[in-house]
Write a protein that binds this ligand. Sequence first.
Ligand code: F0G
Length: 351
Amino acid sequence: SRAWRGLIEEYRDRLPVSTTTPVVTLFEGGTPLVPARRVSQLTGCEVHLKVEGLNPTGSFKDRGMTVAISKALEEGAKAVICASTGNTSASAAAYAVRAGLTCAVLVPRGKIAMGKLAQALVHGARLLQVEGSFDDCLEMTRKLAENYPIALVNSVNPHRLQGQKTAAFEIVDQLGDAPDVHCIPVGNAGNISAYWMGYKEYAEEGIATKRPRMLGFQASGAAPLVSGAPVTHPHTIATAIRIGNPASWRLAEAARDESGGAIQAVTDRQIAAAYKLLAQEEGVFVELASAASVAGLLQAHGQGMLVPGQRVVCTVTGNGLKDPDWAISGAPTPVTIPVDAFAAASALELA
Ligand code: F0G
């Protein structure tokens, strides 16, 4: 086996690049598909986790960003802009550095996890905290990109979804076929749309014999695709998917309907429980929004939506280290001891 070359080189013939496109890469993609023993036990299915938190900036956004930033550079952009709940801004900031572009990001003030804020700042992005929601930020960035020489790298930029579809390719390449069911968190609804594009493309060419049912999961306080109407004041502990008016609304509905799937809501309580289960029973540390896919799978199982033995992939979209505040708030307070092995033994109840 040879070293992974980043997803543009690995899937070059399936992406909108030519020999003259400057490839801006941090060697994203090639993420592990980890068997989930406990979740498999609980559901009677063969469940795998696509661990996207192992991308260079800690989320799946890097897949879209390598293509979007490469194309922006090819097209002569000097600056890029995005709205973000955190991960897109972290990714855009890093890839912009790589490309020598300036990067501006608009985030909802007080509603993004600390690790993500740190990433955007450390990579030197111009970060504006907006006194509004993600949806407000996205509307603003669209206006800015229309009126000023600055390229939009949110998932309304079609190059983003092209990059993100490669996650579906990797899953099929690894499993030898598409899974029966694919579970995924849904926020701005770009990623579910991208996976569906990838699965369709492989099935159309006979690389996969089937296409999975797409099961998308939104947080119940931010579930416009479930209610069918935009949510003016979305709320959830999963700040990454705190979105009331998803940009890829129609594409996500098409993915749901064409695949015979569903988009459902899961409560914050279910998300927090799945987060804990992944950390404590699978050894996989994800961020809250990512746990929505597993929370949703458990819910679908409870509703009798799964056939025993089916092969299921859950995308876990971002790394748990993104949000240390949440991780620590739910953990026990560490015990402090003197420099004394016996004190350690007694604290550990070894003696
Ligand atoms: N999971 C994580 C960790 C995310 O950061 C996002 C989106 C999603 C799931 C949902 O994906 O929007 O394609 O439906 N984060 C965006 C951001 C909105 O700005 O980082 P989606």
